[in-house]
Design a protein around this ligand. Structure first.
Ligand SMILES: Cc1cc2nc3c(=O)[nH]c(=O)nc-3n(C[C@H](O)[C@H](O)[C@H](O)COP(=O)(O)OP(=O)(O)OC[C@H]3O[C@@H](n4cnc5c(N)ncnc54)[C@H](O)[C@@H]3O)c2cc1C
Length: 410
């Protein structure tokens, strides 16, 4: 055995780094060791919010979380709320600002600054952080543990498992970490906050365009989720915040592909069907060719794609369109349907749905009910949040709950 540490934190991501600060403040930095498999800590954190780090959401509460038991989040969020997260980050030097829909960002809009302030605080507290150190096994040893790496065996009194999930492998995501929680049960994993692959017959023609639309996922005639916001048409299907926000249902469906799933876009969500029909009749009276029938109402390329999908010839004048043809155009505008093929998988996902089953973990402390002294944090658990700062808030709150338990036990 090469060293004796009190608290070993496995994983130097969002929850691991925050837990290290909390533990060091409660116990002293010299008793805390962070082991990170990558060459640097916080790689995923750097990519959050497109590099601006949406670090919390002031509305964070059970309805924004998913998993077999979303109520698992409540105790930790009460212990360390979004307001506590703001106060914590302000305290370590990150000035925060609250934007639309309660999203919290660093005022400087730099995820790198959030990581820097966490790293600087750890250094100031005297915490040791070892990178390029993948933990390969965690073995119970009396009241404590032996934490094994390729080159070392480290004794620990408590272990905090903060290994994250399988999403975004390019940023360190991996399903390997779950193994370290054996014999804990793992619920099925699937990608969430992810781009969606659809039939591309019409989507490709609109590639690169962003619009505000209401997007719904409909399975065998039943609407599973709806969200209004920005939609991006891509080479493979649909992306953009509105699609990503409700993409969890596509990830879930993809596991078994039972029934058919369709993405349905309302391209003019602020207009009723009657309003749209009125618009179309007025446009028919203009007598323009199909290629410009919807020009001025919709983006031109989207308008042309709608006409093609509705069977309106682009080269012909439109003053002869029948009411039935107008209704077909209206149907397409109010419900442009794209059969869903799947998602872009963990490679494109921001978060992992599923994970270590929460019914075997204490929601007040994150301590394993199966292995005393082992605490499981963040995305590794069967908890995933909506897009908008909810996942990082979960990382901070679960880290704090574990640190309190570890600190209070001393
Ligand atoms: C592109 C992108 C953008 C995102 N944007 C946002 C956002 O703006 N707001 C938001 O709330 N959420 C966002 N998320 C989600 C958020 O980043 C994660 O939910 C959060 O980082 C999870 O924290 P964690 O500590 O559980 O895991 P991670 O941050 O993934 O950290 C886990 C760490 O453990 C290390 N590790 C794994 N296995 C081992 C091992 N065996 N030994 C040692 N180390 C190991 C990994 O290398 C990693 O550094 C985004 C995610 C992505 C991919």
């Amino acid at each position: 055995m090469s060293s004796q540490e009190h608290i070993v934190i496995v994983g130097g991501g969002a929850s691991g780094l925050a837990a290290a600060v909390f533990c060091a403040r409660m116990l002293g930095g010299e008793r805390v060791l962070v082991l990170e498999k990558g060459p640097r800590v916080g790689k995923k954190l750097l990519a959050t919010g497109n590099g601006t780090c949406n670090l919390s959401n002031i509305h964070a509460a059970k309805p924004y979380y998913h998993g077999d038991d979303p109520s698992f989040v409540t105790a930790a969020l009460e212990k360390f709320s979004p307001q506590d997260a703001i106060a914590f980050f302000e305290n370590i030097g990150v000035s925060c600002t609250v934007r639309d829909n309660g999203r919290v960002y660093p005022r400087c809009e730099q995820a790198g600054a959030v990581l820097d302030c966490l790293r600087l605080t750890l250094a100031e507290l005297g915490v040791t952080v070892r990178c390029d150190t993948a933990v390969t096994d965690i073995v119970k040893n009396g009241d404590g543990f032996l934490v094994k790496t390729a080159t070392d065996t480290i004794a620990a009194d408590r272990v905090l498992l903060a290994v994250g999930g399988a999403a975004a492998p390019a940023l360190g995501g991996s399903a390997e970490g779950y193994r370290l929680a054996t014999p804990h049960r793992k619920t099925p994993l699937f990608p969430s906050i992810v781009q969606v692959k659809t039939d591309t017959a019409f989507v490709k023609a609109m590639k690169g365009l962003r619009i505000d639309a209401a997007v719904s996922f409909v399975k065998d005639g039943t609407t599973l989720a709806t969200h209004t916001g920005e939609v991006l048409f891509t080479e493979y299907g649909l992306s953009g915040p509105a699609v990503m926000q409700i993409s969890r249902v596509a990830g879930q469906w993809e596991r078994r592909k039972q029934g058919t799933l369709t993405a349905v876009l309302d391209l003019l969500p602020d207009l009723s069907r009657d309003d749209v029909m009125g618009e179309l009749r007025a446009r028919r009276a203009l007598g323009r060719r199909g290629e410009d029938f919807l020009t001025g109402l919709l983006n031109k390329r989207i308008g042309q794609t709608v006409c093609r999908a509705a069977g309106v010839p682009l080269a012909e004048v439109t003053d002869g369109l029948s009411d039935r043809q107008l209704r077909a155009v209206c149907d397409t505008i109010k419900g442009f349907a794209f059969p869903v093929f799947g998602t872009q998988g963990f490679g494109g996902a921001q978060v992992t749905a599923g994970g270590i089953a929460t019914d075997e973990v204490d929601p007040n402390t994150m301590e394993s009910c199966l292995i005393k002294g082992l605490y499981i944090l963040g995305e590794a658990l069967d908890i995933d949040g909506d897009c908008g700062g909810f996942n990082l808030q979960w990382a901070w709150s679960s880290a704090y709950a574990a640190a309190c338990a570890v600190g209070g036990a001393r």
